[in-house]
Design a protein. Structure first.
Length: 345
């Protein structure tokens, strides 16, 4: 957008100095806002909404683009209040649209859908990253005008930044995600520790930061997995070294928009095991670039990991096929062109 001559302002909470410098280096104007990403406090959300209105007004913005749930909802509502055009980028429906939760999850889901419907009624376009999300969003009544829906292939991946690297010897599994139940962290950790207990010749690593949301993994639970042989890498600023040290990438999430880490792993030539779930299933050509597993099924995941752990040729073949598929469908230049076209920029 900046290269095309647009004046770009970025709003986000808790922006670290390194990221602030990188954004400024691109030419963006940076605004830190009081956003509690996973909090449920309406007073805090109202403060965020007021901060956005002030920034929209002071910056002279004529297009507001929301990215992830709270910026989509409150950004769209703030833009309407300031009589400014807006768009929402739905990067995944996540916790609010996952079935089988308790009373709190159902309350959050009902509230989110009503807010989404109100917010998206102000949008010029609503952009989705996979057809399942688009269909489910419309079916839930969260989109007031379905003709405004558009579709892109995820957020894209920089094929030059995530260059292919040689596979390490042996079966080395890696999962990168926020430590949330709906990301499939428990299924991965339990499948990994079960295989370790059986004496499998493989390594299992997990990277990601703790999440304070209602679905967050308890640190005590993580400590038990570590004691059973799971290698926890913590949060990573740069995931490339961890992917380079892996031969298989695993993401057994319950649903995604388009999982960025899967694309990054494919761009580096890694086989993928992910869920047969919205957003995840589109990233894999089953049997060719990776394997699909039944969501929430630890036993199925363990079987698939054992299968690929015992077949070095399969890991190589799937990694090479995944790299080609990623280059053809998910290269960031292609995705950005489609995104800007939908936004009218």
């Amino acid at each position: 957008m900046i290269a095309a001559g647009h004046d770009v302002h970025v709003t986000a909470p808790s922006i670290p100095d390194g990221l602030r410098g990188a954004l400024a280096g691109l030419g963006a104007k940076i605004h830190q806002v009081p956003l509690s990403r996973s909090g449920l406090n309406p007073v805090a959300d109202y403060r965020y909404y007021r901060a956005l209105r002030k920034i929209i007004r002071s910056s002279g913005a004529n297009l507001v683009i929301g990215y992830t749930i709270k910026p989509c909802i409150w950004g769209s509502i703030a833009a309407r209040a300031e009589k400014v055009v807006s768009a929402s980028l739905i990067t995944g429906l996540g916790y609010s649209f996952i079935n089988g939760g308790g009373t709190l999850q159902k309350l959050i889901a009902a509230t989110s859908r009503r807010l989404y419907r109100f917010a998206t009624s102000a949008n010029r376009v609503v952009i989705f990253q996979n057809p399942d999300d688009q269909d489910d969003f419309i079916a839930a009544g969260a989109l007031s005008d379905p003709s405004n829906a558009r579709l892109v292939s995820g957020s894209g991946v920089d094929m030059a930044h995530y260059g292919a690297t040689q596979l390490p010897e042996g079966a080395n599994f890696l999962m990168i995600a926020r430590l949330l139940g709906n990301k499939g962290v428990r299924e991965y950790a339990e499948a990994a520790t079960a295989l370790i207990a059986e004496g499998i010749d493989a390594r299992f690593r997990l990277a990601g930061f703790f999440d304070e949301g209602p679905d967050g993994i308890d640190p005590i639970e993580l400590e038990k997995w570590i004691a059973a042989g799971l290698d926890y890498l913590g949060p990573l600023d740069d995931v490339r070294p961890a992917i380079a040290d892996a031969s298989v990438y695993v993401l057994p999430s319950y649903r995604e928009g388009t999982p960025r880490t899967v694309l990054e792993a494919m761009a580096m030539g890694r086989a993928v095991i992910t869920s047969d779930a919205p957003g995840c299933r589109e990233t894999v050509l089953p049997g060719k670039t990776g394997l699909l597993v039944e969501p929430r099924n630890r036993e199925d995941l363990a079987r698939k990991m054992l299968l690929i752990a015992n077949d070095g040729r399969l890991r190589i073949a799937m990694g090479e096929a995944g790299l080609s598929y990623c280059r053809e469908r998910y290269a960031v230049d292609h995705v950005n062109t489609a995104m800007l076209d939908h936004l009218g920029l």
